[in-house]
Design a protein around this ligand. Sequence first.
Ligand SMILES: Cc1cc2nc3c(=O)[nH]c(=O)nc-3n(C[C@H](O)[C@H](O)[C@H](O)COP(=O)(O)OP(=O)(O)OC[C@H]3O[C@@H](n4cnc5c(N)ncnc54)[C@H](O)[C@@H]3O)c2cc1C
Length: 382
Amino acid sequence: MPLSSAQVLICGAGPAGLALACALHDRGLTVRVLEQADETVLAQPPDDGREIALTHRSRRLLQGLGLWQRLVDIAPLRRASVRSSGTRLPLPFAAAGQDLGWLVSNRQLRAAAWQGARERDVTLCCGRRVVGFERGTLAVRLTTSGGEVHEAPLVVAADSRFSPLRRLAGIGARYQDFGRSALLVPLEHEADHGGLAQECFLEGHTLALLPMTGRRSSAVWTVANADLPGLMAMGDDRLAAAIEAAAEGRLGPMRVAGARHAYPLVAVWAERFAAPRFALIGDAAVGMHPVTAHGYNLGLYGIEALSRRLDAARDPGELGPLMAYEAEQRRAAGPLYAGTNALVRLFTDDRAPVLALRRAVIDVARRLPPLRAAITRRLVDA
Ligand SMILES: Cc1cc2nc3c(=O)[nH]c(=O)nc-3n(C[C@H](O)[C@H](O)[C@H](O)COP(=O)(O)OP(=O)(O)OC[C@H]3O[C@@H](n4cnc5c(N)ncnc54)[C@H](O)[C@@H]3O)c2cc1C
């Protein structure tokens, strides 16, 4: 017998799936979440090295769900600068009188979303890996590896950029493999970062230094896949010295202050974000390259768009509202996705003419304050 007490069944208790569960619950819908990981892991997520930059709009959305209030370690992002090897001066970004955004560890976001869902009447079924999908006229059935069957009028895939449920539902996706990986490592340093995030596009690699609370930064070092094993094996002192040199000593002497994590850089764009009685959210819909720091932000905008269109008094699996969600989210995400991938191509291509072009882009943008102000407004108002 299928278990069928919920109006919406979400596959995946990551930060997107859990925030959606909270948002739908607050609109009066009954929600069940199926997650393959154990409850202990979700309640106290391990450090995964990710420091997530959040926009003003995301902060408002998280506040509306009562999740922002649960975060304790929040680093303000006051300024940002971008430079490319060969540019004399960096391209600066700042917003008069306000922060550009905030940085919060993914671990905290996951824990806050878990607590939010636990305190609401959301049914959380952990240790359940979804392996089967069957669409009926009135409901979708999901089967877990343990043989349980769950059904609901609407099923949402929130099961990562490599979404097994998206594939089971027959929805394709375009993958862009950048052939690179990001090495993440926290560092302590002598100088104050002043809330400055630095993005340095160097020849053959890219280094971002993201401000954390105190005199700490998270280094995101993007290298060709072949170079990753060497960096992972490097001793702490050598790694800190290499990052210090790439950052041209701007933050003073550095020390490795935690574990390293690596992520292959693959962007994903699902061919559909909605289908009969089915929707995709978070990375399952759009998996962004992290350089523009928009993956979870877009996930939150999609959660807001989907939950706004669902009405507890009606069938949540009705196609009309789901298609409206898809159209809105594709409009919001499309330009950012395409723009981010184009930026990555431009700033990681080290052939001489392209290097000259990216230096020119930075120099021109530096001399055009209105352009920088427009980009900054986009960050702050997004
Ligand atoms: C290096 C890096 C830096 C980033 N920086 C930023 C940033 O600065 N700003 C920003 O906005 N975003 C950033 N992101 C993106 C952000 O981390 C993601 O968008 C976000 O974590 C995605 O959340 P999610 O819930 O969609 O997916 P996930 O976090 O991947 O969660 C998916 C969940 O589904 C579960 N699952 C998978 N398959 C199944 C199954 N078959 N059955 C049941 N459960 C299943 C998994 O166990 C997992 O719990 C960054 C990403 C990376 C890699």
